[in-house]
Design a protein around this ligand. Structure first.
Ligand code: ATP
Length: 865
């Protein structure tokens, strides 16, 4: 049973909604660009490599080498199928992420405010939209003052458009696809879904994954450069060979094989897949990525600027203390429940028995947009938690209610104003109720309500109020001041107020935040609190969550600082209180100028510029505005700070894994290229056929590389500092590795080839080909961890890799013994002796890296911290 407290206006009832839904359908615009498997499949057949392969097939066909032509085509198709499976997985993962961004809306139905999915809205619904939220359907305005919308998405108009109740034409209408940037509007829905103006002209597009990330671009570029270089090398080889009297077909094929061997064709695809799967892994940990770039940048984050309310704290507010110039009160009760009491010196009091308290509570109850509703055993709150807490305490004290119709006007809350006012009709006159940050309200007050009625607010009275505020804030309470004054019709000037008192509410730190901050710090990431709340409250909460006692700088002080001064300040441990959104932008820019990679949280409309500028803009899934969400790269589904740290850990894992498979793929390619080139100088027959190289690179390498992308996090990952901006993926160590592996595997396969050559070219070639493939496969274990030996991370800890490894080896067995593949790849069966030789050469590839890593890992562990 729902015990509804009265709200403004009745709205539709359930039956009417059902009937209207039947008639008008859902409020949604079908995605026009639904993902088609054919498109994804077609994508597999474009690109540089495909062109080369197509060319190779054509040449083979023209020279009447039908089997070669067929083999290349088979490899092409198989490669496309594998690519398709992987890309489809990545795409569906991204699609699932897009679907998690379902918009919600607040409607009044059956007389109660409810939060519902925006698609459930029907024409006739009474909808309430707050600043920063998207307008869910076309509506006619019913109530709201000082309203402005951003209609740029619909009309291209970049300036905010004012809206007024009863205005002419579009001035009194709100449109789907636009956002409310100021005020709080109530409207009746006139059109939904495809009937809205937006539905008629525009199609919704998901933002995820449409832009290439830096890493994708860099690796795409790398692949292209290597590709071009390989063409030049191949052309030279063909020319030299031909000049030396070798058959032209053989040389062309060798040239093409060389190209195929050199181009790290798997790279861009594997990066995309790894990032996309990384994005789903993050979403499982409550961090939704809006751009793949975020997955990559997150791993490099060096400072997190976070707000306090709701991110470090639970945002479940409860008023525990009240203070008026006359008395101090304690409040009992739990959550948003109205079952509790207000006590003065241990004696229960209420609005009736204590008129000063009564005035305070009436303002608390009137100056709000929150509503409470009993939902079974618990109480549900719709609206801002700060306001919900005030409504709850007002009801505990049985404050006198203002009828919804008597609420005449509202000047909305914003982080800049730090206050909110409501004009209400009272008896024959009007009264303006104001609440907000204590210093802001006190600045606008000239009197206070005391035992003897309204008294002048002299300096000593101001001091008493300031002291009471400081006492409450020092305990970590969030403190709001309340004030009111008699007013005329339409008079909402927030001046000459009568100060009524203070409400102190607890907002406990989230329990997991302390360890998350400690983890971030051990990973060399700075954590900086930037809050709109007051100095003392912020400092108290900072201490509670383990941020220590940083220097507190207020927004006002920040304005007075020059850029250099701010930059110096930011090198120390600081926290910012009473900030306005524009301060965040300045802080981000200054930190970035110091070369730091900044993650910044934000929830309000005006946080959007800071979120866009930050390297990783982070918005809140629960309490954030639509505007902030669309400016962000990452959305926290649970608004929780520790989710940011988890996402950073995930980002670091992804980057490490990209590094692992880049090294692995290049090592594999290097071996093949070195073997082909060396063989050319040795003057023997071709060591690998074009089709065999294709087989090695396209069929079996991709799977193992993708599996490397799934490696678990390195244990040291969150104990080392963030990587530098633009740090190379391969680096010097990587290059050295590529060289070592390349020299060894090429030398080993050449040895096998030449030692078996007297027994027949086909046998020697099959053994060299199989040898190279086995070397590549077993060396994957060396790349599973950048530092740790496999013995310490567990041989079987990456099941996908084991599966890919086994499947590749089985495929190779088939390539050697299964007649159709024998024909295609021109192989002959190998005897046990040849397999043993291959095994013997493969062994060092597993053992040596283990020994080296075992040695260095011990040295690292033993090193002083
Ligand atoms: P954070 O920036 O960490 O989220 P915050 O919620 O305190 O903290 P703002 O939302 O910018 O930051 O609010 C600034 C101040 O405005 C608050 O500290 C409080 O004093 C006051 N305030 C907050 N909500 C309301 C409200 N609904 N009505 C009036 N004043 C409010």
């Amino acid at each position: 049973m729902q015990d509804a407290l009265p709200t403004r206006g009745g709205g539709l009832d359930t039956e009417a909604v059902a009937a209207l839904r039947e008639q008008y359908g859902w409020n949604e615009i079908p995605r026009q660009k639904a993902l088609s498997p054919f498109v994804v499949l077609a994508r597999q057949f474009r690109g540089f490599l495909i062109l080369i392969l197509g060319l190779a097939a054509a040449i083979a066909f023209l020279l009447d080498e039908r089997i070669d032509a067929l083999a290349i085509l088979v490899v092409l198709v198989l490669n496309a199928v594998l690519g398709f499976v992987q890309e489809w997985r990545a795409e569906t993962a991204l699609e699932a992420l897009r679907a998690m961004l379902t918009p919600v809306a607040v409607v009044v139905r059956d007389g109660v405010e409810r939060k519902i999915a925006a698609r459930e809205i029907v024409p006739g619904d009474l909808v309430i939209v707050s600043a920063g939220e998207a307008i869910p359907a076309d509506m006619r305005l019913q109530a709201g003052t000082e309203l402005r919308t951003d209609e740029s998405a619909l009309t291209g108009e970049s300036l905010p458009v004012p809206k007024t109740v009863g205005g002419e034409g579009a001035a009194s209408r709100l449109f789907a696809g636009t956002t409310l940037v100021a005020g709080r509007a109530t409207g009746i829905v006139t059109e939904t879904g495809l009937q809205t103006d937006f539905g008629k002209v525009a199609a919704l597009t998901g933002a995820v994954g449409e832009k290439q990330t830096e890493l994708q671009k860099r690796l795409g570029q790398l692949a292209k450069e290597i590709g071009l270089a390989s063409l030049v090398v191949a052309a030279l080889v063909v020319a030299v060979g031909w000049y030396g009297g070798r058959p032209i077909f053989e040389m062309v094929m060798t040239g093409l094989s060389l190209t195929v061997a050199m181009v790290p064709e798997g790279l861009p695809a594997v990066v995309t897949i790894t990032l996309a799967l990384g994005a789903s892994a993050m979403a499982r940990r409550q961090a939704l990525t809006r751009r793949l770039q975020a997955v990559e940048t997150l791993g490099a984050a060096s400072v997190i600027c976070t707000d306090k309310t709701g991110t470090l704290t639970e945002n479940a507010m409860r008023v525990t203390r009240l203070w008026t110039p006359d008395s101090a009160y304690d409040v009992t009760g739990e959550g948003y429940s109205t079952d509790g009491f207000i006590e003065r010196d241990g004696i229960r009091v209420d609005a009736e028995s204590d008129p000063i308290l009564g005035a305070l509570l009436r303002t608390a109850l009137t100056c709000t947009n929150a509503s409470l509703r009993r939902d079974g055993e618990t109480w549900a709150m719709i609206g801002d938690p700060t306001e919900g807490a005030l409504v709850a305490v007002a009801r505990k004290g049985r404050a006198c209610e203002v009828a919804p119709a008597d609420r005449i006007a509202e000047v909305a809350f914003s982080s800049e104003r730090k206050r909110m006012s409501v004009l209400a009709r009272e008896g024959d006159g009007y009264r303006l109720h104001v609440k907000g940050a204590p210093e802001v309200v006190l600045d606008r007050s000239t009197a206070y309500l005391g035992q003897d009625g309204i008294e002048s607010l002299d300096p000593s009275a101001r001091q008493r109020i300031a002291d009471a505020y400081a006492r409450m804030a020092a305990q970590g309470l969030r403190v709001l001041a309340l004030a009111a004054r008699p007013a005329d019709e339409g008079d909402v000037r927030e001046h000459d107020l009568v100060f009524l008192g203070l409400a102190g509410m607890i907002d406990p730190p989230r329990p997991e935040v302390k360890s998350a901050i400690a983890l971030a710090r051990s990973a060399g990431i700075r954590v900086m609190m930037i809050t709109g709340d007051g100095r003392l409250t912020a400092a108290a909460i900072a201490e509670q969550v383990g941020l220590g006692r940083p220097e507190v700088v207020e927004g006002g002080d920040l304005d007075a600082l020059s850029d250099e001064q701010l930059s110096d300040l930011l090198r120390n441990d600081v926290l910012f209180a009473r900030t306005r959104p524009e301060h965040k932008l300045r802080i981000v820019e200054t930190l970035q100028a110091q070369g730091l990679i900044v993650a910044m949280t934000g929830d309000g409309v005006n946080d959007a510029p800071a979120l866009k500028t930050a390297d990783i803009g982070i918005a809140m899934g629960v309490r954030g505005t639509e505007v902030s969400r669309s400016a962000a790269d990452l959305i926290l589904l649970d608004d929780n700070f520790s989710t940011i740290v988890n996402a950073i850990a995930e980002g670091r894992r992804q980057f490490d894994n990209v590094r692992k498979f880049v090294r692995y793929l290049l090592c594999s390619n290097a071996g093949e290229v070195m073997a082909i080139l060396a063989n050319l100088f040795l003057g023997g027959p071709v060591i690998f056929l074009a089709t065999q190289i294709l087989w090695m690179n396209l069929i079996t390498d991709g799977a193992t590389a993708v599996a490397l992308g799934l490696e678990k996090a390195e244990p040291e990952q969150m104990r080392s500092p963030p990587r530098r901006r633009g740090e190379p993926i391969l680096g010097r160590t990587g290059m050295a590795l590529v060289l070592c592996f390349g020299v060894y595997t090429s030398a080993a396969s050449l040895w096998i080839f030449y030692s078996l050559l007297p027994l027949g070219t086909d046998l020697a070639r099959t053994a060299a080909f199989t040898g190279m493939l086995v070397f590549e496969k077993v060396s994957v274990f060396a790349f599973r961890s950048l530092q740790k030996p496999v013995t310490s991370i567990g041989w079987l800890s990456n099941p996908v890799l084991i599966a890919a490894f086994t499947a590749s080896l089985l495929l190779q067995v088939a390539a050697v013994y299964w007649p159709p593949l024998q024909t295609l790849l021109k192989t002959v069966p190998l005897s046990i002796d040849e397999w043993l030789t291959i095994g013997a050469f493969a062994l060092p590839l597993v053992v040596v890296p283990e020994v080296v890593k075992g040695f260095t890992a011990r040295r690292l562990d033993g090193a002083p911290a």
